[in-house]
Design a protein around this ligand. Sequence first.
Ligand code: AMP
Length: 505
Amino acid sequence: MSRIIGIDLGTSNSCAAYTDEKGKVHLVPYKDGSSTIPSVFAVDDKGNELIGHEAKRQWQLNPKNTVYASKRLIGRNYKSDVVDTMSAVVAYAMKESEAENEVLISVAGKDFRMSEIASRILEKVRGVAADYLEEPVEQAVVTVPAYFTDRQRQAVKDAGDLIGLEVLRIINEPTAAALAYGVGRSLNEKVIIYDLGGGTFDVSLIEIRDRVFEVKATGGDIFLGGLDFDNALIRYVLEGFKEKHGVDLSGDPVAMQRIKDLAERTKIDLSAREKVPFSVPFVTMTAQGMPLNIELEISRELFQQLTQGLIDRSIGVIEQVLSDAGLTAADIDEVMLVGGQSRMPLIHQRLTDFFGKPPSKAVHPDEAVAIGAAQYGHSLVDDTNLRIQLLDVIPMAIGLEAAGGRFHKVFDRNAPIPNAKAIMGTTSFDGQASLAMRIFQGDAPDAISNEMLGDFLFEGIRPGPAGSVHVEVTFDINVEGILTMSARDPQTGKEMTTTVRVRQN
Ligand code: AMP
């Protein structure tokens, strides 16, 4: 059997890990010695597709045809807050697909579906691993944020299908990080995983009992990630420039790209230094042709002021997760930091204050997720009976649209998976031949404010007067958090099963 690698498909960077013949886990090194590959896809002016470092390197020169942070858009409706927010900050163009609701990204005159872009990145990661291991890579465990909906998980599976990579299991990033921390250590602990990456924030409270990893509660914020910390600094710089020179740089893509790049580098430097110069020479010109520069110095204190609201939000999510699990900060044995943005010193400080102890240094924030995924992949083929048992939950309620647009929950947030539940549907008019349901995932009381997962249609209902015909509809969520629905007429035994998908035409 071929090896199962673990892939961390990140918003900013992706990486892979594998298990060697002795059962030890390693990251797959890239040729420059680092192990991360930027999750960036681009098409250059000659029509060549570039992925990873090659794509990131030419980003400033070719911003319109360089796609980054696409993970924020995968499995999302075109008409959604995420797409509106992203449109305002990225230089690439997005549009709605003819198939309902999907987001397409236009790169060099060609439209790409989100799962196609993810497949390019997966293909690059797989290729790097296959070259290094000198063997074909056909199966992987791929991680996603715990906060991903059913539809986002489906889209990642689709990305694997597109390149013939069998995604054996999708597991949650915080759960993978907990594996990297706990496998083989015979622990009995409750841990919090604080995962603040480039684009999303996830918190999971996980109870580890030797090889059993049970997620007690999970929460997150899809609008919270390293990019938002960059944006806080970018806004400050733009406002200052406008005040000083009366020029709004936000409509100038080349200037914006230079400012964005420098904002991220400055932010990272501020994790290690107290003050960092912020200088963009010749950023634009006056109407008279005079060059204008940005010359600033950003202190850690100023940056902390600009971003403390973002950190407050992350603490609010932790409070919610603790309350969902019926626990308090004092019940937590260890706090693990994952994701590049969690390196910010103020985050360490705030978490130390909140939990009364500093975060653990036992896992590497950039590596833990891929390592945990590889450990899990290995345990799937390990015949030494050392199977890891993962008990996960769904991050948001799943249910259907009921009368008056209300959201009728079938599963609550943090319901354990796998899980199945049946509800009884009844015809509402005489001779009704089909039963349609719109399925949503989210925590809002009205259905439409949640993420639509798709339509479910059960056809061929026996004719009869209103209210006399019943259909038993079963919602089945598998271990990966993916929903399948089936319906059955209890009288005739007629059945049908489908995964719930947003209609493709
Ligand atoms: P990830 O998705 O885990 O690769 O996280 C990447 C994010 O972490 C990006 O927004 C980076 O700018 C940010 N990041 C990386 N290193 C640091 C650092 N030392 N301090 C603050 N943010 C960082």
